[in-house]
Design a protein around this ligand. Structure first.
Ligand code: ADP
Ligand code: MG
Length: 302
């Protein structure tokens, strides 16, 4: 196992940012760590990278405990923080040599050249970081995270804030560098996970709500999902009484995702329910049970 998280809880004062979280990540996997803002993703990643301590539970990286062997853990982990703090006044090369120095690497100049080439910074290598586009800054961040050739890469929302072309480029880069590393990548965007990850861990309010291969999550016991919009608000418990409806999630005051573990089309039941309750159905639509819907069902608050 590259990462073993066991019963981790993190308290910020009274707030439980992580609540008894456990998971393991095998060597060589690319894992998507998915959840809405505030779910606890960055907190978990900072703990794994030894930036902050957990309040309870244990974390091991490549067999080393973050509390007992932080130096070993840091040598095994490359971390790209969410807001990628870089020094805008430093030159690309100068910055990477500085990071190589922190890791006490030998042959720094060569290693920096290799990294510049690997992340596609050759044309920008003589510029100041502050003069680079966001996509290129993210490449500097990735080079910084990989310069000591870590076995594990922790990337916190690596594509947030990038334009669509830059997103594609950074995803390709992550796929390439992920071939011989374990990668844990957080995102609040579903497609990201579909695009690059073998497995998805979904977190909400500090708790893991799903952990499976992306393809398995798509075919949970829910056989159909219907998106329905009524003309007025309605109580959840009424909706869950509709025949064959086994899962109810609120999208907004009047729009719901109704799931069923039955194969029989539930749309006639929904219409019958609307008539009986003097509601009008404004839209009714069969949703493909894409990962996106799984995510919505698992992380919406009703
Ligand atoms: P995510 O990365 O999934 O958006 P975070 O891990 O950043 O979530 O935050 C989880 C929760 O913990 C949020 O409610 C956030 O406000 C809170 N939190 C994060 N960092 C701190 C901190 N340093 N002090 C107090 N609360 C924090
Ligand atoms: Mg975050």
């Amino acid at each position: 196992m590259s990462i073993e998280v066991s019963n981790v809880t993190k308290l910020y004062g009274e707030q439980r940012a992580l609540d008894d979280v456990s998971f393991g990540i095998k060597k060589g996997n690319i894992i998507g760590f998915l959840g809405p803002n505030g779910a606890g993703k960055s907190t978990m990643m900072k703990i794994i990278s030894c930036y902050i301590p957990q309040s309870a539970g244990s974390v091991k990286v490549c067999g080393f405990d973050v509390a007992e062997n932080p130096m070993e853990v840091k040598s095994k982990v490359g971390y790209l923080p969410e807001h990628n703090p870089l020094y805008p006044d430093m030159y690309v090369r100068e910055y990477l040599e500085f990071i190589a120095g922190i890791h006490k690497l030998g042959n720094r100049k060569n290693r920096v050249d290799e990294m510049i080439e690997q992340v596609g910074l050759t044309l920008e290598r003589k510029k100041k970081i502050g003069a680079l586009s966001k996509g290129y800054r993210q490449r500097v961040g990735l080079a910084q995270a990989m310069i000591h050739d870590p076995e594990v890469l922790i990337l916190d929302e690596p594509t947030t804030g990038l334009d669509p072309n830059q997103i594609v480029e950074i995803r390709n880069l992550i796929r390439t560098v992920g071939k011989e590393r374990t990668v844990m990548l957080s995102t609040h965007i579903m497609q990201e996970v579909d695009a690059i990850c073998d497995r998805v861990i979904i977190i909400n309010h500090g708790k893991i709500v799903a952990d499976d291969k992306s393809k398995n999550l798509r075919s949970t016991q829910i056989k159909q999902v219907i998106r329905v919009e009524f003309d007025s608000t309605i109580a959840v418990n009424l909706l869950s009484n509709i025949k064959n409806v086994s899962d109810v999630k609120k999208l907004d005051d009047k729009t719901w995702l109704l799931g069923s573990d039955s194969d029989v089309d539930i749309r006639p039941n929904i219409f019958e329910f609307a008539v009986n309750n003097k509601l009008s159905v404004l839209t009714i639509q069969k949703e493909e049970d894409k990962l996106e819907d799984v995510f919505k069902r698992l992380t919406s608050d009703t």
